[in-house]
Ligand binder design. Structure first.
Ligand code: URA
Ligand code: SF4
Length: 193
């Protein structure tokens, strides 16, 4: 069963010491949502509130994500991050932390087998692109707004790469692109799933 397999991964994450971040976090944030989700959202790393609650996207970026999702119910999705423990002071995850942690994401994707993955921000975008054999662009602007079909660990998946919602909190001009990309996500769900 998918739910048991995901719980087993969450337990491994709770006991994980593969990188320095376990020493600084309060709670691991393995990810949350429907084990049968057709769509998976992949962010960067837990922040202050996520670390307290052990749940992804519950702070300011999460509130914006909820708005962007419009009618989409979070219970129908699976939401996680590329790095499962909070980096100190919300700094960006380091290369070795991503390298250590990403196997959990890979395994979550193989269990859930979503039809669509949405990468929020450049850390998850770059990781998924590289693993799918697609050239990494120097900015999200070059790949956002499009639907990709990728071969990910042998799974054929649709992928959308867009900005991180936190970017729109710092730079309001980004918000309109996020709104457009989430409209595209809504259309795909309506037509394909
Ligand atoms: N930002 C992220 O990338 N992930 C979260 O879970 C919260 C904020
Ligand atoms: Fe393990 Fe990932 Fe936490 Fe590092 S961030 S300790 S690899 S679960």
């Amino acid at each position: 069963m998918k739910i048991e397999a995901l719980q087993a991964i969450a337990k491994e994450i709770a006991e994980c010491r593969k990188c320095r971040l376990w020493t600084m976090r309060l709670n691991p944030v393995p990810g949350d949502g429907n084990p049968n989700a057709k769509i998976m959202f992949i962010g960067e790393a837990p922040g202050y509130y996520e670390d307290i609650e052990g749940k992804p996207f519950v702070g300011a970026a999460g509130r914006l994500l909820n708005q962007l999702l419009m009618g989409l119910n979070r219970e129908e999705l699976f939401i996680t991050n590329i790095v499962k423990c909070r980096p100190p002071n919300n700094r960006a995850p380091l290369f070795d932390e991503i390298a250590a942690c990403a196997e959990y994401l890979d395994r979550q994707i193989l269990i859930i087998k979503p039809k669509v993955i949405v990468c929020l921000g450049r850390y998850s975008t770059n990781y998924i692109l590289k693993k799918s054999g697609i050239k990494i662009p120097n900015s999200i602007a070059k790949i956002r707004g499009r639907l990709f079909s990728i071969d990910y660990q042998g799974l054929r998946i649709f992928a959308i790469f867009t900005y991180h919602p936190a970017a729109a909190l710092y730079n309001p001009s980004i918000r309109k692109y996020l709104v457009e990309d989430f409209k595209l996500i809504g259309e795909i769900i309506k037509n394909n799933l």
